[in-house]
Structures are given as structure tokens and as C-alpha cells.
Ligand binder design. Structure first.
Ligand SMILES: Cc1cc2nc3c(=O)[nH]c(=O)nc-3n(C[C@H](O)[C@H](O)[C@H](O)COP(=O)(O)OP(=O)(O)OC[C@H]3O[C@@H](n4cnc5c(N)ncnc54)[C@H](O)[C@@H]3O)c2cc1C
Length: 429
């Protein structure tokens, strides 16, 4: 058996990025596979990060650039793993690299093509809160910083008409002749870092998501309050663009819930506190109410963060499970809950309701598990052993970040460094 020196990392969120950088710095060749047009994962969608309230993209961007430039890292964006055979130390991997229809080396990301594109579709990165064109930049600071043509919506690729982007591209970077490619890689170990998807709360009818415009999810809120987001960072309500001055944060939406996900999503108590703090920083008139079942602040400096929220940021924590949300004729959400002191039903009217939806395994995770020959646990996170918490059920394949279980950024990074060490043990033998 010939030992390969390279490692495959699947998923270019913060966990995959950290694992790739750690391995590359050890002198190991890394193939980083990301299915979206750019790396960055969910962290790129966040405004600030708890418990320091650092700007998320400011701490992520240097890592994105390091990944792109590192001589030991080969980035495969718009790519997916289709087949894996072999064993620890010697895996043969087939990737499918989807055509971008834009030449990466030629595109200077001037955006002229998008200005002329006649198509408008909901922007996935901004959680559908704004529209983008069929030729688009996945997000402003994304790496690689090049445009992509969305094959499902481009008029030329779907109906054979248009090509207006080609006409206006001064760099001749548009290439409709590009084809999807199959790439075969030989690697000694694999790290899976495919992250999470947010739970869709429209099935919890009583919270009115999708029926009430001012009931949004926490990831939508992150985009709303972010300076690079759809409102330029102004915290305005989707219904009438009025500034949100009273906000109810509803915790455990889809988590710790026998009908949906029984597990705790672990980051929501902290991100709700952060989101309420940010609202106050934008406008000190803002009053936030956080409705919670149990406040889980088990991390370095987390309890202090919650206390600061209460004392300095006009946040009230109310221990109560919200029964339902209705709305008044001005589309103000009305939150109905049991008052913990009097045990009486109470209601409060706010400008905006934010649903802290649970963190779930990425869509398509079963298929990936099958391709890799590894097992999932009862919730469809990758199965690990308590005494080997970064090992999957197949030797030579490791896991880190939110595809293992819901975790915050510091823990995702810690696990990524651990997984890269486990992989290095194999390829450096
Ligand atoms: C609203 C909200 C606010 C948060 N705020 C904070 C905070 O302030 N501080 C904090 O510490 N944590 C916060 N978190 C948690 C944080 O987002 C996660 O800890 C972090 O994103 C986990 O990173 P990851 O790399 O594991 O996953 P992800 O960020 O989900 O990245 C996974 C990557 O893998 C890619 N991928 C998926 N499947 C495949 C595949 N089959 N092939 C190739 N690529 C694939 C995805 O496209 C993605 O780029 C928050 C979470 C939410 C929901």
C-alpha cells in the first residue's frame, strides 16, 4: 500500500478552513473542497461574534486569504465528493467540479456583468432578504473573489437566449463552453467539516414564520444587522422599514423539542444575547426581551457576557416558553407567554420577533455519509466515539465543527486543529 501525503478536507467553513491551514502549515498538501462558489461558511454570514463582539468577517477574512494563497492548499470550490474508495493512508477520491462559466484567472470582479444581467432571484447568502442577478458574487469578501453564473437561473443556460454578460465583460472572462469536470485525488486521510443548516420554522405554525413579515430567524437577523447586508446594517423591520425598537428573541425554536430536534443547539442563548447587544449598540433606545427555557452560558466568559447584557444593554431575560405569536393590524408581533412570577398568561407587543432556530445537519448529509462509508448518529450528525471524539466510524476519516454536533466558533476551531493532528499522524507516518 502506497501512503499518500495529501489530506482531503470537505467543507470550507471556519472548521474546514482551520483544519486546512493547520495541515498546510505542517507541510502537508491539502485539497479543500467547498460546494458553494466561495469558502467562508456560516461565519461569513454573521455580523459579530460572541463573546467578544468582534466583527465576524474581519477575523475570518485573513484566514480566507491565507487559504487561497497557501502553496500547500488547493481550493476546489463549486465541488462535491462523489466517490471514495480505499482505506486509511490510501484513499482514492472522485470530485465533481461544477462549471462556474467564468474564468477564475481572468475575472477581476468589477461587477459590470451583473449590472447588465436582466435576471433577479433571491440571494441565498443574504437569506432571501434581497435579490441578486444570475451572474453574481457569492458575497463581498468571498474567496475566490470572482463572479459565478447561476446555471438554474441564467437565461442563456436555461433558454439559450441573452449572453449580455459576455458582451459587457471587458476581460473576456465569461465562458459558456466550460463543462463540469471529474477530478481524481489520492489522499491519506479525510476531514469532514460540512457544518449545519438552520431549522425551517415554518412548520411551527404558532410562531407565524413566513406568514408574519416581522417574525424572522436569527440568521436572517444577522444579515439584517450586518453592514454588508441587505439594509446596509440598519435594523429595520421587513414589513415597513421602520427601525425596530423593541425586539423579542424566542429561544429553542426547533431545539429541545420532542416534535422536532430533541437536542440543545448550544449556541443560541449566546447568539441571542449578542444580537440584542448589537441592537442596543445601533440604537440605545432598543429594548430586548429574551424568552428562554434554560440559559446555557457554559463557555469561557459566557456567564459574564449574559450579566453584561442585562446590566448594560437593556436586555430582560424571561424564563418562559412562548406559546404563540400573533400580530396586530400594523404587523407588530404579539408574543404570548406564561409569566413565570404570576403563572398568568401575558402578551407583549414588539416591533420584531427573532426565532432562534436550531442547528441541523446539512441537507444531503446522508448521501455524503454513504459515499464516505461512515455512520450518522440518531440526529444525523456524524457519529463519533466518546473517547475518540474526532474519529468517525471509519479509520482515517475525521470530523470537526457543526457537522459533528452544534458548536460555536472557538470549539469548531479547537476541533479542527485536533482533527488536523489526527490526520497528520496518518500521512506523516
Ligand atoms: C444565528 C447564528 C449566530 C451565531 N453566532 C455565533 C457567534 O457569535 N459566535 C460563535 O462562536 N458562533 C456563532 N454561531 C455558530 C457558528 O455559526 C458555527 O460555530 C460555525 O459556523 C461552524 O462552522 P463549521 O465550519 O462547522 O460549519 P459551516 O459554517 O456551516 O461551514 C460548513 C461549510 O461546508 C460546506 N459544505 C457543506 N456540505 C458540503 C459538501 N457536501 N461538500 C462540500 N462542501 C460542503 C458549506 O457550504 C459550508 O461552507 C452562530 C450560529 C447561528 C445560527
Amino acid at each position: 500500500m502506497e501512503k499518500s501525503k495529501a489530506v482531503l478536507v470537505i467543507g470550507g467553513g471556519i472548521a474546514g478552513i482551520q483544519a486546512a491551514l493547520d495541515l498546510a502549515d505542517m507541510g502537508i498538501k491539502v485539497h479543500l473542497v467547498e460546494r458553494k462558489p466561495a469558502i467562508g461558511g456560516r461565519m461569513a454570514q454573521l455580523d459579530k461574534t460572541f463573546p467578544t463582539n468582534d466583527c465576524s468577517i474581519c477575523i475570518l477574512a485573513p484566514k480566507l486569504a491565507d487559504c487561497y494563497r497557501h502553496p500547500n492548499i488547493t481550493l476546489h470550490t463549486l465541488s462535491e465528493v462523489k466517490n471514495v474508495i480505499g482505506q486509511t493512508g490510501d484513499f482514492s477520491v472522485k470530485l465533481r467540479k461544477y462549471a462556474r462559466f467564468v474564468k477564475e484567472k481572468e475575472c477581476i470582479n468589477c461587477g459590470e456583468c451583473a449590472v447588465k444581467c436582466p435576471v433577479k432571484v433571491l440571494d441565498e447568502f443574504d437569506m432571501g432578504l434581497r435579490k441578486r442577478e444570475a451572474i453574481y458574487l457569492y458575497y463581498l469578501q468571498g474567496v475566490p473573489a470572482v463572479m459565478t453564473i447561476d446555471r438554474r437561473n441564467c437565461l442563456f443556460l436555461t433558454r439559450g437566449v441573452c449572453k449580455i454578460c459576455e458582451k459587457f465583460c471587458t476581460k473576456n472572462a465569461i465562458d459558456f463552453e466550460q463543462k463540469d469536470m471529474e477530478i481524481t485525488l489520492h489522499v491519506g486521510a479525510i476531514i469532514v467539516a460540512t457544518g449545519f443548516d438552520p431549522f425551517d420554522p415554518s412548520g411551527i405554525h404558532q410562531y407565524g414564520y413566513k406568514r408574519y413579515r416581522n417574525a424572522i430567524t436569527s440568521l436572517e437577523y444577522e444579515r439584517l444587522i450586518c453592514a454588508s447586508g441587505p439594509t446596509g446594517g440598519h435594523l429595520t423591520r421587513p414589513s415597513d422599514k421602520k427601525p425596530a425598537e423593541s425586539i423579542a428573541f424566542i429561544q429553542c425554536v426547533g431545539s429541545r423539542d420532542l416534535k422536532n430536534n430533541r437536542y440543545c443547539s448550544s449556541v443560541c442563548c449566546m447568539h441571542a444575547t449578542k444580537e440584542a447587544m448589537l441592537a442596543f449598540e445601533h440604537d440605545p433606545k432598543v429594548k430586548s426581551l429574551i424568552f428562554y427555557m434554560d440559559l446555557r452560558a457554559a463557555g469561557k466568559g459566557f456567564q459574564k457576557y449574559v450579566v453584561r447584557g442585562e446590566q448594560e444593554y437593556n436586555i430582560s431575560y424571561i424564563r418562559s416558553r412562548v406559546a404563540k405569536i400573533t400580530e396586530d393590524r400594523n404587523e407588530n408581533p404579539i408574543v404570548w407567554y406564561e409569566d413565570p412570577q404570576s403563572s398568568k398568561t401575558k402578551k407583549t407587543t414588539v416591533d420584531l420577533a427573532v426565532l432562534a432556530t436550531s442547528l441541523m445537519p446539512r441537507k444531503g448529509v446522508e448521501e455524503l455519509a454513504k459515499v464516505l462509508g461512515i455512520e450518522l448518529d440518531e440526529f444525523k450528525f456524524f457519529k463519533t466515539d466518546p473517547l475518540k471524539p474526532l474519529d468517525t466510524t471509519k479509520p482515517g476519516i475525521f470530523v470537526c465543527g457543526c457537522c459533528r454536533e452544534p458548536t460555536d466558533i472557538p470549539d469548531s476551531v479547537t476541533q479542527a486543529s485536533g482533527a488536523s493532528e489526527r490526520a497528520a499522524e496518518i500521512v506523516m507516518e
